[in-house]
Ligand binder design. Structure first.
Ligand SMILES: C[S@@+](CC[C@H](N)C(=O)[O-])C[C@H]1O[C@@H](n2cnc3c(N)ncnc32)[C@H](O)[C@@H]1O
Length: 212
C-alpha cells in the first residue's frame, strides 16, 4: 500500500480547523446503518479500523481524523477492498463531535476508542489534547446505556489525565477503577501500539461503560 507523506502534527486550535463539518448521509455510507457502530477518534492511517471492519462485518466502523490526506488515502483503500461497514471522515473532534453524533441513529454507537492521542507535552499546549472535559460531556450525551469508551496511551500521565476526565463524569463507570487494564480487550493493535510494543515500552489502558 502506498504511504502518503503528511505533517506529523496539526494544531487543532488553529483557525482552519474551527469550521464544523456537515455530517454525511450515513444511509449512503453503510450498507446496514442499524448495525452497532464503533467510533475511533484520531484514527490516523486507519489500519486498526481496517482490520476490525474485516474481522467484524456485523459492526460498522467510523474513524475521525484531523489530517485530511490520511482520511482520503484510508477511504481509497477501503473502496479497493469493497468494505461497506467502514468509513473515515475528516474532523476536528473537539469541534465536530456533537453535530456528527447527533446525526446518527439513536442507540447504534456502542464503542468509542481513543488510542495514543497526541500528548502535546507542554503545559501551554494542554488545550490541544483530544480528551477535554467538553468531549467527555459530548460522549455522555450521545452514548446509549451499555456503550464503552476505551482509552490507551504509552504516556502514563496522559493516560491518567484521560482516565480522570472520563471518571469525573457521572455517566461513566470504570471497569477497573484505579487500575490499568492488563490487556487490550479489542485484540487488534493500532499502529502506535505495535510500535510501542516493539520498543518494549508499557501501555496504559482503561475501559469505561455507561451503566443502565
Ligand atoms: C499519535 S496518533 C495515534 C494514531 C492511532 N490512534 C494509533 O494508535 O496508531 C494521534 C492521531 O490523532 C489525530 N488527532 C489529533 N487531534 C485530533 C482532533 N482534534 N481531531 C481528530 N483527530 C485528531 C492526529 O492527527 C493523529 O493522527
Amino acid at each position: 500500500m502506498a504511504r502518503v507523506r503528511v505533517r506529523q502534527h496539526v494544531n487543532p486550535l488553529s483557525k482552519k480547523y474551527q469550521e464544523i463539518i456537515s455530517p454525511p448521509n450515513w444511509e449512503k455510507i453503510y450498507s446496514n446503518l442499524q448495525q452497532p457502530l464503533h467510533l475511533d477518534i484520531g484514527c490516523a492511517r486507519g489500519r486498526f479500523l481496517l482490520k476490525m471492519a474485516r474481522e467484524q462485518p456485523d459492526w460498522n466502523f467510523l474513524g475521525l481524523e484531523i489530517r485530511d490526506p490520511l482520511v482520503e488515502e484510508a477511504n481509497r483503500i477501503r473502496d479497493e477492498l469493497g468494505l461497506t461497514n467502514l468509513h473515515y471522515l475528516f474532523s476536528n473532534v473537539n469541534i465536530d463531535l456533537d453535530s456528527l453524533l447527533s446525526s446518527l441513529p439513536l442507540q447504534v454507537l456502542q464503542w468509542v476508542s481513543i488510542q495514543f492521542p497526541d500528548p502535546w507535552f507542554k503545559k501551554r499546549h494542554a488545550k490541544r489534547r483530544t480528551v477535554q472535559p467538553e468531549l467527555v460531556a459530548t460522549l455522555a450525551q450521545h452514548l446509549p446505556s451499555g456503550a464503552h469508551i476505551f482509552l490507551q496511551s504509552d504516556v502514563e500521565w496522559l493516560a491518567l489525565e484521560m482516565r480522570d476526565r472520563v471518571a469525573a463524569h457521572p455517566s461513566f463507570r470504570g471497569t477497573h477503577p484505579q487500575l490499568w487494564l492488563p490487556e487490550n480487550p479489542l485484540l487488534v493493535p493500532t499502529e502506535r501500539e505495535i510500535a510501542t510494543h516493539n520498543q518494549g515500552d508499557p501501555v496504559y489502558r482503561c475501559l469505561f461503560v455507561k451503566p443502565d
